[in-house]
Design a protein around this ligand. Structure first.
Ligand code: BES
Ligand code: MN
Length: 481
């Protein structure tokens, strides 16, 4: 590890930092593989031990990176989170680095080309559950600190708090309790949330908006018990048919969400999503027409989206000639920035109850709710981030895309509310082909190295800003919703 003093801020310093980052890239890759081998599926109670092991592995990694104070904490019986601190040298800002170490379930392991928890490289990508979402975010933070702490020395650099959550993928249920207990420890001038996506491979992005979401389960009952479908079929529609008719009311003819009363916005001008690019990235089959109205950016980032995630009904192989008495579906409604989740859940419930086909009994059970987020991108910290990622990706500062994202990171709105003076930078490691949550999730390895380098330059650049002055100066454009 080099001990040569860093040149003062400028091109030489950036070059020295990029070289140091590159030297640490193999270690970052190895750290990532080790974390991916731990199946930290937060939604699966049987994996609670693995989630705990994952938290310990993250804590060990941060200790090995030289972060002085490292602890594992749980609040209100939630999943273990790692909090690590390096106090700020006098007069320097404090930066909170966020990522999550839990992952989504794998789904059917047969849909994967290689084992989900065995990191495997193919064509410049590392495959495995959590490679992109979000263990690469965890490692980017660790890598930046391992690179910078020895170069900074005792008095240099910024104060850092690393917060690596273990329950993001289940909607951060105990985050409120965690903030109540440890809120003081997380206070910062700048918050870096490394859990979003870049624009394309080789093109960095800073996320400007995130959608919120509400889930619910809808159940339809039509008969007190199953009966012969020939003897009774005709005058009574089975529960699955009724459920299908109910679900069909959720979108209008154009494919826009038909639930009344939801917030619908427009995406910020300047960034468009090309239809052919979107179709290719999402894998939309030839001949399938895109749904909804408005630009693609509007539809993806600034409007609600409603999907059916699952249905409880007999599998085809187990089906018999009976009229089904009941059927259920799980619905997921993504929310536009500015939408209150409780109001959206109420609107969806009202729609489902009012559209009950043939008087079928409809029961709605609310699930998760998470707020959307809109960032203020005018802070000095955002300017530092644009320069850092441009330099690390080898593109112009103006080529760093400021884009909305359709995904949700609900606790970001809570952070914005709790620390109104902090600048919130939403960065990330995913690219449009990362397939987070799906089979064959993967991370583009060259982009990973660029993100790691970008974070090194970002943290070092933030050290040049004064404490208290790194956060958003103008808060007028920011809102937690
Ligand atoms: N990292 C994602 C969200 C994301 C992905 C934002 C790409 C922007 C671009 C995050 O881990 C996630 O998947 N969140 C869940 C939230 C839910 C479980 C409450 C989501 O969006 O489904
Ligand atoms: Mn994530």
């Amino acid at each position: 590890m080099t001990t040569t003093p860093l040149p003062p801020a400028g091109a030489d310093r950036d070059a020295a930092l990029l070289a140091a980052s590159e030297a640490g890239a193999p270690a970052a890759r190895a750290d990532l593989e080790a974390l991916v081998r731990v199946p930290s599926v937060s939604a699966d109670p049987a994996r609670a031990g693995d989630v705990a092991r994952s938290a310990e592995a993250v804590a060990d990694l941060l200790r090995a990176c030289g972060v002085p104070e490292v602890g594992v904490h749980t609040a209100a019986g939630g999943a273990p989170a790692v909090v690590a601190r390096r106090p700020a040298p006098a007069g320097r800002p404090t930066v909170l680095l966020y990522a999550h170490h839990d992952v989504q379930p794998t789904g059917d392991a047969r849909d994967w080309t290689s084992e989900p928890f065995t990191p495997t490289e193919r064509d410049g990508r590392l495959f495995g559950r959590g490679t992109a979402d979000d263990k690469a975010g965890v490692v980017a933070h660790a890598h930046a600190l391992r690179t910078l702490l020895p170069l900074w020395g005792e008095d240099g650099g910024v104060g850092v708090t690393v917060f690596v959550e273990g329950e993001e993928e289940v909607g951060s249920p105990t985050f409120g309790a965690f903030l109540a207990e440890h809120g003081e420890d997380l206070a910062a001038d700048v918050i870096v949330v490394a859990d979003s996506a870049n624009w394309r491979v080789g093109v960095p992005a800073i996320t400007t908006t995130l959608r919120g979401l509400v889930d619910c389960e809808v159940r339809v009952d039509v008969l007190s018990h199953a009966v012969h479908s020939g003897v009774n079929g005709g005058p009574v529609l089975d529960a699955l048919t009724c459920l299908a008719r109910l679900l069909a009311t959720l979108h209008d003819e154009a494919g826009d969400v038909a639930v009344a009363g939801l917030v619908t916005g427009t995406a910020a001008a300047g960034v468009e999503v090309a239809e052919d690019v979107f179709r290719a990235d999402a894998g939309v089959l030839d001949g399938v027409r895109l749904a909804g109205t408005g630009s693609l950016a509007d539809r993806l980032w600034a409007r609600p989206a409603l999907s059916v995630l699952g249905v409880d009904a007999p599998a085809v192989a187990a089906a018999s000639n009976t009229l089904l008495p009941s059927a259920s579906a799980k619905l997921s409604l993504r929310l536009a920035p500015g939408q209150d989740p409780a109001a959206a859940a109420a609107a969806l419930r009202r729609h489902l109850l009012e559209h009950a086909p043939f008087g079928a009994r409809v029961t709605v059970t609310d699930g998760e709710a998470g707020r959307p987020f809109r960032a203020d991108t005018g802070s000095p910290a955002h300017e530092v981030a644009r320069r850092a990622f441009a330099r690390a990706f080898g593109v112009g500062t103006g080529d760093v895309v400021e884009a909305g994202m359709g995904g949700s990171i609900p606790f970001v709105a809570d952070l914005a509310e709790r620390y109104p003076g902090a600048a919130i930078l939403v960065t990330g490691v995913e690219d449009p082909d990362s397939r987070a949550h799906g089979a064959d999730e993967s991370l583009h390895l060259a982009d990973f190295a660029r993100v790691c380098a970008g974070e090194v330059l970002l943290l070092d650049g933030l050290a040049q800003l004064p404490a208290g002055g790194a956060g958003a100066v103008e808060r007028a454009g920011a809102s937690p919703a």
